[in-house]
Design a protein around this ligand. Structure first.
Ligand SMILES: [Mg+2]
Length: 394
């Protein structure tokens, strides 16, 4: 028996199957999206950590407008080009696909996430900026704070923390004292210097200066070898620090864990909620330092928050950098975390002379930040301050 099977080798465009979305009565729809960029110089720069230093950051801002002209705002600011597998240009390229896809969508985070899932795989940082904006827009539409949409604020102010960069030992000790005198009760000490003995000296001297009044975290930012992480931890076994992301690979952190004398937090290794669940399931973490944008926004961070609560694990609420929009999103999210599990929330504002707007920066007072009041994120930027958009759709 013979015959031929007709094959069509002509190029085809694979189209995603679009599942019809439920129509929600009386919901507004996304009518326009505008993308802006601004430069944020580092005050008294550079900001330093193992493997990199940054003098200024390139932040991306999204204005999401509904058909009534109400604006929601989102922001994501990668910490340079080396900290995470993302950069500002990549973020904006992904937005060129994501933004047109959600024009006309109902203003609900789950609707937007669903459409993003049908548009482009991955690119959590780009998802995050739209997720934050739709939460802000929905909050303003319903006249409730973003924290209410995330399940409700448990605290009206949240503990913050300060990062001590890779600077000379004595200046770090001096800065630690100054920050504790300002009310900070959690300090993160950057480690990962070429000389391991200097890392150990910094930890010992900062602990001697302020260790009885503040909790200390030693963050390696992936910069230590497994051997050095073990030696540092064993050399500081009498000091109650938490060791954060000492080594580059999750396999290395897992392999050294049994030889560490301190609790282990992971940060850069955890790129999504699934990886967090894996790390918890394997029993290799005692907590996390976590960024909203790395997980894909507030929606995914709420899942992560509840996962950590279910397993009794502490975590921070952070982002890489950013101005007032991202700071407000961070504080709203942190306010919904049980104080039992909220380590603290990190803001970039202490490292900025001023933000991208004439509005005052969201500030830290006595080690705490008030949750912004009002609908949505509680801030209302003037689009005129951002200049011409670099992308507009709608
Ligand atoms: Mg970290």
């Amino acid at each position: 028996m013979s015959g031929t099977i007709a094959c069509d080798h002509s190029p085809k465009i694979l189209r995603n199957i679009k599942i019809p979305l439920a129509k929600i009565p009386n919901m507004t729809h996304i009518a326009e999206i505008h993308v802006y960029s601004k430069t944020l110089p580092v005050k008294n720069g550079p900001y330093t950590m193992a493997g990199q230093e940054v003098w200024e950051l390139d932040t991306t801002i999204v204005q999401m407008v509904d058909q009534n002209g109400v604006s929601g705002w989102g922001e994501v600011c990668p910490l340079g080009t080396l900290y995470a597998p993302i950069h500002a240009g990549g973020l904006r390229s992904a937005l060129e696909l994501f933004a047109p896809a959600i024009i006309g969508a109902e203003v609900t985070p789950r609707n937007v996430v669903r459409i993003l899932n049908q548009t482009l795989n991955g690119h959590n940082y780009a998802r995050a900026i739209l997720d934050i904006a739709v939460y802000d827009l929905l909050g303003k539409t319903l006249n409730v704070p973003v924290s209410t949409l995330l399940g409700g604020a448990i605290q009206d102010r949240v503990k913050s923390y300060y990062v001590l960069g890779l600077k000379p030992v004595e200046s770090i000790v001096e800065l630690a004292r100054a920050k504790v005198d300002e009310g900070m009760r959690r300090l993160q000490i950057k480690i990962g210097r070429p000389d391991l003995a200097e890392d150990i000296e910094v930890i010992r001297k900062v602990y001697a200066e302020v260790g009885t009044t503040t909790s200390l975290i030693a963050d390696g930012n992936r910069g230590l070898s497994g051997r050095d992480a073990i030696q540092l931890s064993q050399a500081c076994r009498d000091i109650p620090i938490t060791l954060e992301q000492p080594c580059d690979m999750i396999e290395t952190n897992r392999s050294i864990r049994s030889q560490l004398c301190h609790p282990l937090f992971l940060d850069e290794n955890i790129l999504d909620v699934n990886m967090a669940a894996d790390a918890i399931g394997q029993g290799i973490v005692d907590g996390f330092s976590m960024k909203i944008s790395r997980l894909g926004g507030l929606s995914q961070f709420a899942v992560f928050r509840d996962l950590c609560a279910a397993r009794g694990l502490p975590h921070t609420v952070d982002d890489g950098w950013g101005g007032n929009i991202l700071a407000a999103a961070t504080i709203h999210m942190a306010s919904t975390v049980s104080p039992k599990y909220l380590e603290a929330a990190w803001l970039a504002t202490p490292y900025q002379e001023r933000g991208y707007s004439p509005d005052p920066l969201i500030t830290i007072k006595n080690g705490y930040v008030d949750v912004p009041k009002g609908a949505g994120l509680g801030i209302n930027p003037d689009p005129a301050q951002f200049g011409a958009p670099i992308l507009s759709v709608g």
